[in-house]
Design a protein around this ligand. Structure first.
Ligand SMILES: [Mg+2]
Length: 484
């Protein structure tokens, strides 16, 4: 059975005794959490799965700190024998379907999820066995990615050596990830470096710089409205967009409704917009397919949103149970899902059709309870076929990437506004976009304390966002001149 996407794991090497540093580096505070948690959260936010954390020295203190995180902790009882013993334990914990692993130290706190995603992309492009970061000055650093074909050799190392011991022998199988900003390679070697790093980055981290923003990618339910009710500040928000001449896309993982239905809903709340400002996960899925195979044949499960998007992108739409063979199976949320539809989709996927899901949301909120969402539907097909879908919606990349393409903006200048940490905010973090969590929907302030997902800003509601933005404009004058 074929897999549609390679599986890349993270192995976080956190077993050392920090003898030169003088105290446990694992527990130094960064971003209001211990360094070991910072490293694990960055790896998890990047989508690396599984995240294996190797602990050794101070294990009894470190393990409780990691208790609530979606990682696997493994103990290296022989940590005093050196780095190779941790590689050994980490590799032994990797499941057999992992294709590659990024071996991460814990003392490079400037590593971002975006950077780790660049590792994965570059590795896929180059097909190299080993991927090493390289600055423009030719300096090499950590972390290093190793393909599965080196796991055995890594596990065979002994003494205080790491993966670098393999470099000389396999020089022709090493690819370099070009790094323009070498700052993130800085490691906390001494207490003085730790203090310097904290001071130099503390000033800029966690601040949302409105003056850099040219475009908005904005979730709708829980940000603009809840159910049928407009949320506070909605009209002022659109006035701000107009005044500052911001580009905007209203995006949603809900694939069942069409852009025209959203335009109509907004009109009912006194907001005038057009369908080209609306992007749902069905459109993102159709675009994704049309970019790869124009005119492809598609068997689709889903509501009118999926049908309309498929046809609008010039794809050949099928939903009949006797559909013979197609290039793609697209699965969106379907209130009329039947066993027959699932059976047809299963047969087509097993016959080689590529499997695309519009969005991974496992549940769908109803008035007083939860119903199975599209993630539950695709999970049924994964169970039947053994194949994971490529997702179009948040936190996967296509939806946001297409929104930025339409606005012609870059990740750095595009602000994500959302009410869910695990979809809206995580999707933005993975693409290197600034993010603002609005507390008018699903995720609440108290969840932030335990969450590995850190938005750039947390804002009460749209009204507060507008107020803050206008104050910044008034203070700076430029480059955003208010037109009124
Ligand atoms: Mg929402």
């Amino acid at each position: 059975m074929t897999k549609t996407q390679p599986i890349v794991a993270a192995v976080i090497l956190a077993a050392g005794g920090s003898t030169r540093f003088g105290r446990p580096k694992q527990l130094l505070t960064w971003n209001h959490k211990p360094l070991i948690a910072q490293a694990a959260d960055v790896a998890w936010s990047a989508g690396l799965d599984p995240v294996i954390v190797v602990v050794g020295a101070y294990a009894d203190t470190v393990i409780p700190v990691m208790a609530a995180r979606p990682v696997r902790i493994v103990r290296n009882y022989r940590w005093q024998e050196g780095m190779s013993s941790s590689l050994h334990v980490g590799i032994a914990a990797l499941p057999p379907d992992v294709d590659a692993a990024i071996f991460m130290p814990i003392d490079q706190p400037l590593i971002t999820p975006r950077l780790l995603q660049m590792y994965v992309h570059h590795w896929q492009e180059t097909c190299a066995g080993i991927l090493v970061p390289q600055t423009t000055e030719g300096q090499h650093g950590s972390p290093v990615l190793f393909s599965r074909r080196y796991f055995e050799e890594l596990a065979g190392l002994s003494g205080d050596v790491g993966g670098r011991a393999l470099f000389a022998q396999h020089n022709d199988d090493i690819a370099h990830l070009p790094i323009s900003d070498s700052a993130w390679m800085t490691d906390i070697d001494t207490p003085a470096t730790y203090e310097q790093l904290r001071l130099s980055t503390g000033a800029v981290s966690g601040r949302l710089d409105f003056s850099q923003i040219r475009g908005l990618v904005c979730d709708m339910d829980g940000v603009l409205w809840r159910g049928q009710t407009a949320l506070p500040g909605l009209k002022d928000f659109f006035r701000l967009i107009h005044d500052l001449d911001l580009k905007y896309m209203l995006v949603t993982n809900n694939s069942s409704r069409t852009p025209a239905q959203y335009v109509q809903k907004l009109a009912g709340m006194g907001i005038s917009t057009t369908t080209d400002h609306i992007l749902n996960s069905a459109i993102a899925a159709a675009r994704h397919i049309a970019d790869r195979q124009p005119g492809a044949s598609v068997f689709a499960i889903g509501g009118p949103g999926v049908r309309e998007a498929t046809v609008a992108h010039g794809l050949e739409f099928h939903n009949e149970a006797d559909t013979e063979a197609v290039d793609y199976v697209v699965v969106g949320w379907d209130r009329d899902l039947t066993w027959k539809k699932l059976a047809t989709a299963t047969r087509l996927i097993l016959n080689g059709a590529a499997f695309i899901g519009t969005n991974p949301d496992k549940t769908f909120p109803l008035e007083h309870t939860l119903a199975p969402g599209n993630g539950a539907q695709t999970a049924a097909l994964t169970a039947a076929t053994g194949i994971e879908p490529v997702m179009a919606g948040k936190p996967a990349g296509p939806l946001y990437q297409q929104a930025m393409q339409r606005m012609d903006t870059t990740p750095e200048t595009t602000l994500v506004l959302g009410d869910r940490l695990d979809t809206d905010i995580l999707g933005g973090i993975r693409l290197g976009m600034p993010t603002a969590l609005l507390l008018t929907g699903i995720s609440q302030a108290h969840e932030l304390e335990d969450s590995p997902i850190r938005p750039t800003a947390v804002i009460k509601d749209l009204a507060t966002l507008v107020q803050k933005w206008r104050v910044t404009c008034r203070q700076s004058g430029q480059p955003h001149t208010v037109r009124d």
